[in-house]
Write a new protein. Structure first.
Length: 211
């Protein structure tokens, strides 16, 4: 369904861009911990591609990628509405993806860390405290959209599920591992690998949604 909106060339180009961003991030990670290039003055430039930092090129790419998914879902909803088929679920999902895009760009979830920690002790896999309310919302989202998914054609439904599993493996699974590592050892290079894999999985999950 979405292939009519996003040509396959764009789909491939997005995967290539993720690969390039990942490569530059890995080189920067190696330089930050081992002085790979020997020039500390490169630190500022490297942070522009650091996937674990905010307000840089990977953040902008992720924002645009999720926003693209929101637009695709909205356009599908419009086409469903015109053909007199159920469309409310598509529009609702489009708004959710728009929020995710804005959150990626503005990092709203970071504001929740101090709020949650002021009310409960968060350690281990919940070291990054924003995960608790977001995990609750994600669970609610899955439950609410089960009927919507059941109505989809098998190919589209499987694509949504695959995309969601890949995205959540990064946003939840890797974030939990990263929190556990950061609490125990700080943001060492192993934490950097976990954070890198987290961002790659999130991006790839979004790209699969455009397939």
């Amino acid at each position: 369904m979405s292939r009519k909106i996003v040509p396959s060339k764009i789909y491939v180009a997005l995967l290539v861009m993720i690969s390039l961003l990942s490569l530059v991030n890995i080189l920067g990670l190696l330089h930050s911990h081992y002085g790979l290039f020997g020039e500390r003055s490169l630190e500022q430039s490297i942070n522009l591609f650091n996937m674990d930092r905010e307000g840089n090129i990977p953040t902008l790419f992720s924002f645009l990628l999720i926003f693209l998914c929101a637009v695709i879902i909205y356009l599908i909803g419009e086409s469903m509405k015109e053909s007199k088929e159920p469309y409310v679920g598509w529009f609702l999902m489009g708004w959710i993806f728009l929020f995710l895009a804005l959150d990626e760009g503005a990092q709203f979830h970071e504001l929740l860390i101090s709020m949650v920690r002021s009310r409960m002790e968060t350690r281990g896999v919940f070291y990054f405290a924003w995960m608790i309310p977001y995990l609750m919302l994600a669970t609610l989202f899955v439950i609410v959209f089960i009927p919507f998914l059941k109505r989809l054609p098998a190919e589209i439904r499987n694509l949504f599920i695959l995309s969601g599993v890949i995205f959540l493996a990064g946003a939840v699974g890797m974030e939990m591992l990263g929190g556990l590592r950061a609490e125990t050892y700080g943001e060492d290079i192993y934490y950097g690998w976990i954070a890198t894999l987290e961002e790659i999985l999130e991006m790839v999950g979004m790209v699969f949604l455009t397939a």
